[in-house]
Design a protein around this ligand. Structure first.
Ligand SMILES: *Cc1c(COP(=O)(O)O)cnc(C)c1O
Length: 375
């Protein structure tokens, strides 16, 4: 899975990750780290090990990722948020003791039939209270309860639903509407005798919507130090978060670019003055997006250097005139930080996401595919 054809280095600070996790234990004594998609690019096994003394449940996406996590040695409860898709997934629920969220009748019927042979299975139930992706609708709950009562080898132990816009202040009422709809479903399940743990809140829901806290929190982006409320009036709620990922690439060459000369493909940038450029060994093949062309900055020696012209497949040109002018040397072999880096010039995940035209989630998932080291 790791990109191994380049010289990028992704550094993961596991202390920062634990720091972020512990912020959320103020809101709940049951915080479930969401480590799907290779822990948002931070490493599935490494992140689970870093939190194994803090968390009793981990959440991943597909069942095959849950199996990878189990095989890495994880002893905690593993929840597969996206549920079983094919026969291998269904078998794995028993083979590897995976708690999968079931989101439609077809999955329950198949699991119930298998349970006759393989024995009792703990399951999760996914309720669609407004995201409109996966899950049983609240109006299907009576039918759901009837089915579960007739199939006692399926044991619902968790019920979950997902917030569609917990990070949008204007949608607060809608968010709380989801919480009410979810509570009604949870109430019915409990009345029917099912002892279920209920969780609804993602990072943003945990930070600013106490009515969504329920029994446990599902913590994703904030665990990695991304602030889901960046750019909103609630942004301060994330001020204690510390990014856990830094990404650097080597300086390959430093040379002058004369006034009037173009640089990189298409000569989209023409120098307005005599300047000095550094060529950095990172490009879109390394998941440093081409949409950063002419927009991004890198951090070299604690100073910012703007991207000049197009980001190429494995190289990007940056302007180091001012850095050299202040007497700081920049030579081949130095590191240029695409994310993070030294001093006040540290590039935040939110800044990089803004230049890139995306969100921190995508920045982490993509850059995290490069070779990682852990500190
Ligand atoms: C990804 C995910 C989360 C975590 O969301 P963040 O916004 O990253 O905190 C929680 N619940 C479900 C179902 C998810 O898919």
């Amino acid at each position: 899975m790791t990109i191994d054809y380049n010289k990028l280095e992704v550094r993961i600070n596991l202390d920062n990750l634990r720091h972020n996790y512990r912020i959320f234990t103020r809101f709940s004594d049951n915080v479930i780290p969401i480590i799907k998609s290779d822990a948002y690019g931070h490493g599935l096994a490494e992140v689970s090990r870093a939190l194994e003394n803090d968390a009793s449940t981990f959440g991943v996406g597909f069942v095959n990722e849950a199996v990878l996590l189990r095989r890495s040695g994880c002893k905690q409860r593993i929840m597969a948020l996206l549920g079983p898709i094919d026969d291998a997934d269904f078998q794995a629920l028993w083979d590897h003791e995976i708690l999968a969220a079931m989101s439609h009748m077809g999955q329950l019927e198949r699991a119930a039939a298998m349970a006759e042979e393989r024995g009792t299975l703990n399951i999760g139930l996914k309720i669609d209270t407004g995201m409109r992706r996966l899950g049983f609708r609240p109006e299907e709950v009576d039918e759901l309860i009837e089915f579960l009562k007739g199939h006692s080898k399926l044991k619902p132990v968790m019920v979950t639903s997902h917030l569609a816009s917990a990070d949008v202040p204007e949608h607060k009422e809608h968010v709380h509407g989801q919480a009410r709809a979810f509570e009604a479903v949870v109430g019915k399940l409990r009345e029917a005798g099912f002892d279920v743990e209920a969780n609804l809140a993602n990072s943003a829901g945990s930070m600013v919507h106490p009515p969504c806290h329920m029994d446990s929190l599902r913590l994703g982006i904030s665990l990695y130090g991304g602030n889901p409320l960046h750019g909103t009036q609630w942004a301060d709620a994330g001020q204690e978060l510390k990014p856990a990922m830094d990404v650097s690439a080597p300086v390959m060459q430093v040379h002058p670019l004369g006034k009037g000369e173009g640089i990189s493909y298409g000569w989209t940038h023409v120098a307005e003055r005599d300047c000095m450029v550094a060529i950095i060994g990172a490009g879109y093949a390394d998941c440093y997006s081409r949409s950063l062309s002419g927009k991004g900055f890198v951090n070299i020696a604690g100073r910012r250097a703007p991207v000049l012209g197009r980001v190429c497949m494995q190289m990007t040109a940056v302007d180091v005139t001012d850095i050299l002018g202040e007497g700081t040397e920049v030579v081949p072999g130095d590191r240029a930080w695409l994310l993070g880096g030294p001093g006040d010039a540290a590039i935040t995940p939110e800044e990089l996401a803004d230049w890139w035209g995306t969100i921190t989630y995508e920045v982490f998932c993509l850059l995290g595919m490069n070779q990682r080291i852990y500190t």
